[in-house]
Design a protein around this ligand. Structure first.
Ligand SMILES: CC(C)(COP(=O)(O)OP(=O)(O)OC[C@H]1O[C@@H](n2cnc3c(N)ncnc32)[C@H](O)[C@@H]1OP(=O)(O)O)[C@@H](O)C(=O)NCCC(=O)NCCS
Length: 166
């Protein structure tokens, strides 16, 4: 199901058939360096099932990002449910060859607008590893505020935490 379109991108819900495509980023050690590590096909199939259920139950999830011009699958961007009482979390993972072209910012902006309009949430958070400067830059460009350091379950460490309140 297509959720959103931007100038260059289509955002649609994940499907089990996307497994080969998502391995290009979820299976890549460098992409997942600050996000809990690269996964095996088996682990990422479970992740796909989890996100498909989440979309059905909660009405949000991470979305697959497709470049309109070429139909290439670039990555994922969207939402994870709140953990530890924190906010619904914004997440984005893109395959390396597509970095540095403004795609994460474009996709995340659209997701935020979508959340404001269609989801019953009042704020979005994001935990970013201290060394992940590029990702922090994306959050700054989107207008997130730095809140402080919080425990991150995915990476098992304290991480800078950013938030956007609608
Ligand atoms: C984080 C990520 C999604 C960014 O994707 P992207 O499409 O390259 O992001 P954008 O192009 O929209 O923006 C990146 C910004 O960082 C800047 N940047 C790139 N490399 C940089 C560096 N080494 N130091 C500082 N800034 C840098 C870019 O110039 C750009 O800013 P600008 O628009 O002001 O020029 C991508 O790098 C990625 O998938 N990383 C691995 C997964 C990840 O870390 N996810 C988030 C946390 S779990």
């Amino acid at each position: 199901m297509i959720i959103l379109e931007t100038e260059r991108l289509i955002l649609r819900t994940l499907e089990l058939e996307d497994i080969e495509s998502v391995m290009n980023f979820w299976g890549d050690v460098e992409v997942m360096k600050y996000c809990g590590g690269a996964g095996t096909k088996e682990r990422e199939l479970k992740a796909l099932k989890y996100y498909i259920n989440m979309q059905n139950e909660k009405g949000f999830s991470p979305y697959l990002i497709i470049r309109k011009e070429s139909s290439e699958i670039l990555g994922v961007c969207g939402f994870n449910p709140p953990t530890n009482g924190y906010d619904t979390e914004l997440m984005y993972h893109f395959a390396k060859k597509y970095w540095g072209q403004g795609y994460a910012t474009e996709a995340a902006k659209a997701c935020i607008e979508y959340a404001k309009k269609h989801l019953k949430i009042k704020r979005i958070g994001a935990s970013i590893a201290p060394e992940n400067i590029v990702s922090q830059k994306v959050l700054e460009k989107l207008g997130f505020d730095y809140i402080g350091v919080k425990w991150c379950e995915d990476t098992n460490q304290n991480e800078p935490y950013f938030e956007m309140i609608f």
